[in-house]
Design a protein around this ligand. Structure first.
Ligand code: ATP
Length: 221
């Protein structure tokens, strides 16, 4: 059994101007663990994911991915680690407008030198199997979110970071997509952090953590 945590945050602090958002936060995510993070608006949930994702930098503290440090100052190594291990499902979809849906979904495979044969199946799994040659401008907001989810999962990432992944979807589609994310996580022995305000969404995780000014505490198993 792999005992190295997939993710370890050690004493992370982050402030914006004089506003302290995260203060000395430590947290360990075991391999294969799927957690939901809830908490009041503005408490720092997206900030936490952004720091892990490398979209923002902590003021102090260390982040380890699979035992390797994500070091500030070595962006090439950090980017390599993230590209290999992470799948991102963020609200800003970052779907590339000049590429078809199939081309968008295949990007993580191309970047990681992996075979492209899972692309069509992944698009079908999010209900867009017949739209592979469409361009993003031809899709609704909810459909675009599903493309983002297919792209985040296609290379079987070890750690999935999802920030309100179903915010643009109707409740039925949201549940389907959440079950798909869970199935992918479990089938691949991956780990995931799902940031959400939705109790229904959080209920699909193994446990629910709540972020407050005092850090992350488990509120449901
Ligand atoms: N780039 C930034 N510059 C300045 N302040 C920021 C920045 N990003 C976030 N903040 C502030 O940090 C605090 C935490 O924001 P964050 O988005 O992490 O909260 P959240 O818990 O995800 O909230 P919500 O549930 O409303 O999405 C907020 O007060 C926000 O205004």
């Amino acid at each position: 059994m792999n005992t190295i945590p997939i993710l370890e945050l050690c004493n992370i602090s982050k402030a914006y101007a004089s506003r302290k958002v995260l203060s000395d936060l430590s947290f360990t995510l075991a391999a294969g663990e799927y957690v939901a993070v809830m908490g009041d608006s503005g408490v720092g949930k997206s900030t936490l994911l952004n720091l892990i994702a490398g979209l923002d930098e902590a003021d102090s503290g260390k982040i380890f991915v699979n035992g390797q440090i994500l070091a500030a100052g070595d962006e090439v190594a950090a980017t390599e680690l993230r590209r290999k291990y992470f799948g991102f499902i963020f609200q800003a979809f970052h779907i590339l407008p000049h590429l078809t849906l199939l081309q968008n979904v295949s990007l993580p495979l191309l970047l990681n030198d992996m075979p492209l044969d899972r692309t069509a199946a992944m698009l079908a799994a999010v209900g867009l199997g017949d739209r592979g040659h469409a361009f993003p401008y031809q899709l609704s907001g909810g459909e675009l979110q599903r493309v983002a989810i297919a792209r985040a999962l296609v290379h079987r990432p070890r750690l999935i970071l999802a920030d309100e992944p179903t915010g643009n979807l109707d409740p039925d589609t949201a549940q389907e997509i959440l079950q798909l994310i869970r199935a992918e996580v479990k089938a691949n022995g991956a780990s995931a952090i799902l940031v959400t305000h939705s109790h229904a969404a959080a209920a699909t995780a193994d446990k629910v953590l709540t972020l407050t000014g005092n850090g992350l505490t488990e509120t449901r198993r």
